[in-house]
Structures are given as C-alpha cells and as structure tokens.
Design a protein around this ligand. Sequence first.
Ligand SMILES: Nc1ncnc2c1ncn2[C@@H]1O[C@H](COP(=O)(O)OP(=O)(O)OP(=O)(O)O)[C@@H](O)[C@H]1O
Length: 124
Amino acid sequence: MSGWRSREIRSFRSACAGIAETLRGERHMRFHLVSACIVAVLAIWLRIPRSDILWLLLAIAFVFTAELINTAIERTVDRISSDIHPLAKAAKDAAAGAVLVAVIFAAAVGAIVIGPPLWRVCFQ
Ligand SMILES: Nc1ncnc2c1ncn2[C@@H]1O[C@H](COP(=O)(O)OP(=O)(O)OP(=O)(O)O)[C@@H](O)[C@H]1O
C-alpha cells in the first residue's frame, strides 16, 4: 500500500476514534446521537421530502461538529492546566456557547420541518 494511502487510512481511523471517544466520554454527545436517531425515524415515518431532509442532516452535522469541537477545547484546556483561571472558564464557556447555538438551530429546523407533519398525524 502506498505511503499516501496508509497515511489517509491512519487519519480516518484517528477521526473515527475521536468520535467514538467523545461518544464514550460525553453524556451530551450520546444525547445528540439518540436525538438524531429519533429524528431519522420520524423523518422516514412522516415521509419528509428530500429537500427538507437536507436541512435535518445539516442541523445534525452542525450539532455533532460543535460538540466534538467543544470536547476538543475542554480536553485541551484541562491538559494545559487543572488550575481555575478566568481564561480557562472563558474558553470552555465560549465552546459550550457554540454547542448551544447549534442546538437552538437544530431545534428550530426540527420544529419547522417535522413539527407540522407530526401535528397532522397526531391531532388531525
Ligand atoms: N479550569 C477552569 N477554570 C475556571 N472555570 C472552569 C475551569 N474548568 C471548568 N470551568 C467552568 O466549569 C464549566 C464546566 O466545565 P467542565 O470542564 O466540567 O465541562 P463539562 O461540564 O464537562 O461540560 P459539558 O457539559 O459541555 O461536557 C465551564 O463551562 C467553566 O465555566
């Protein structure tokens, strides 16, 4: 196997290990995964159109990406020092803020895309 290809495979494995480790270590990441699975089941059941599925996929990818970056920042801050410091707090709070923005976006997309068809199925 060429050096380039084995390097690419190593990078891919490292990225998968990062996702798996975040799933194991972060309760919020597991919650996001369960939420994404529920959304996928609802989207199939309600026959959501493909154009709207793209919005759902974007929202899910946004939340996962934000949580992975949040975890990377938390671990980096903890690795540098376990001391209480206002900059450490600012870094972690900003990273948590990124997750919050992503979650609010995902909740809005879910309400717009899944809300109306789910309402019709349940209450009409
Ligand atoms: N070294 C530190 N110095 C000052 N404040 C800190 C420090 N570490 C954490 N904090 C504060 O505690 C909060 C929680 O930090 P922690 O590292 O426990 O994240 P967490 O609870 O694992 O976050 P998440 O729920 O996103 O996984 C931070 O957002 C920050 O406000």
